[in-house]
Design a binder for this molecule. Structure first.
Ligand SMILES: [Zn+2]
Length: 455
């Protein structure tokens, strides 16, 4: 900044005290400097402060992001853990839904089955069984026609190697399933195998055989022990469960297509009380139906229980009824819900009307037996025993096994063994004690006595 007279002109402008005397040039410069300084300090205090603020904020953001970046690894791990948990829970939901569907009758759960198809003996030289050319339309129940202590392997050996006037060696066991007296289910032939068990009907029949003979009178004319005259309860339970599952799996929906061997051929099989006497066909059909309705218990006798106060008198008065029918018996409404039919003993002061309604809404067929007093209730229970009916108005049951029912059910002549009968001596035959290679040789040789394969 200059005064005009400082630029080489012969002038006095801007006055004689510009840069002399008062020297206001200096004052003006000083003022300008002050203003510039003020302006500078102003910029510093606002914009820079703002910028500094922004920088500080950005630095904080950077630090925060850095911290987040450090956490990303663990967070990603956490996310994938949660995703895995979600997947597990979804699987659990699907499983529970399947169980719920089964309980609602959407399908019978597969029973426990031991697959011995490949382990059982197969004939060393005969060609294997052919495959079916028709779908399975009937499920056929057999007895093995052996003592109850026969094993599935012994039965297979007889089918494969055993010979009789009626039977040639077979490629493998004839039955598709065999059920032991303890209820164990053995899978013995693939479903598609057209094995020998019902002659001309083999192409569309699946064979389920229960180990035992189930005859009142044995072939030698002797009366069999009562426990050998019928399948065991465990066998009945497993047979019902297996057949109910097979009906679903093989799409054989009509219970009328679950038949005994004697209904499709000339044979004693599966014993003399399948259609007569105890009629265990009916019992098996009822049990199979109960698997399809999701109610595994057929009948439940329900007593009341209020803790220390319970149906003690009714319980004692029902002993003849319990001895006669041997029902599933208890004190739990929740357990009774698993039964198709429930008989409540005593009035609503015991098992309440609400519980009765709960049983009905669970799909049970509910009946109540309540006299004006305990003596009257006992008389009603005894009356049911006398009429062999489980609840008032029920159909009478088939006559029970027992001395009074025996005479008319005993066949006058012992039955004749049929082509499917396994001789009892097969179990004690000396060749069973020989090493299996010798055993096979002996029986392969016996093939020379064979005719056309009996089916
Ligand atoms: Zn049979």
């Amino acid at each position: 900044m200059y005064g005009r007279k400082e630029l080489g002109e012969k002038v006095i402008s801007p006055g004689d005290q510009w840069n002399d005397g008062i020297n206001w040039k200096q004052k003006l410069l000083s003022d300008i400097q002050t203003i510039l300084d003020e302006a500078a300090s102003c910029a510093d205090s606002e914009e820079v402060a703002q910028l500094r603020q922004q920088v500080a904020e950005l630095q904080a953001e950077v630090a925060r992001l850095q911290a987040l970046a450090d956490q990303i690894g663990p967070l990603q791990q956490q996310i994938s853990d949660l995703e895995a948990t979600v997947q597990q829970q979804e699987q659990k939901i699907a499983t529970l839904q399947a169980i719920a569907d089964q309980c609602a009758g959407a399908g019978v759960a597969r029973p426990r089955i031991i697959d011995v198809v490949d382990e059982l003996p197969h004939h060393p030289t005969l060609p294997p069984y052919q495959k079916r050319t028709e779908p399975i339309r009937k499920i056929v129940i057999h007895h093995t026609d052996t003592p109850k202590n026969f094993t599935v392997e012994q039965i297979a050996r007889y089918h494969v190697f055993g010979t009789s006037p009626y039977k040639d060696p077979w490629p493998a066991i004839g039955y598709h399933y065999v059920i032991a007296p303890d209820g164990t289910i053995y899978w013995t032939e693939r479903h598609e195998t057209r094995s020998y068990h019902v002659g001309a009907a083999n192409n569309y029949c699946l064979g389920v055989s229960l180990i035992g003979r189930f005859l009142i009178k044995d072939y030698d004319g002797s009366i069999q022990p009562q426990e050998d005259q019928l399948p065991t309860p465990a066998q009945m339970e497993s047979a019902a469960h297996l057949v109910a599952w097979l009906m679903d799996t093989l799409n054989v929906p009509d219970i009328e297509n679950v038949v005994g061997h004697k209904e499709v051929g000339q044979t004693m099989c599966p014993g003399d009380q399948w259609l007569k006497g105890v009629r265990w066909k009916d019992a098996l059909h009822e049990k199979i139906k109960s698997y399809h309705t999701g109610k595994p218990v057929e009948f439940y006798l329900l007593f009341w229980d209020h803790g220390s106060n319970w149906a003690q008198a009714d319980w004692q008065n029902a002993q003849d009824y319990i001895a006669h029918f041997r029902p599933t018996t208890g004190f739990s409404t929740a357990d009774a819900m698993m039964a198709r039919h429930v008989l409540i003993v005593g009035g609503p002061a015991g098992v309440s009307g609400e519980d009765e309604a709960r049983l009905r809404s669970a799909g049970c067929d509910v009946h109540r037996l309540a006299g004006a007093n305990e003596a009257e209730t006992k008389a009603m229970l005894d009356d049911l025993v006398a009429h062999n009916t489980l609840w008032p108005g029920a159909e009478p049951l088939p006559p029970r096994m027992g001395p009074s029912a025996m005479p008319e059910m005993i066949p006058r002549e012992p039955p004749h063994p049929d082509p499917w009968t396994i001789p009892d001596r097969f179990v004690s035959a000396s060749f069973l004690a020989l090493p299996s290679s010798t055993y096979q040789r002996v029986h392969v040789e016996s093939l020379i006595f064979g005719q056309e394969p009996g089916q």
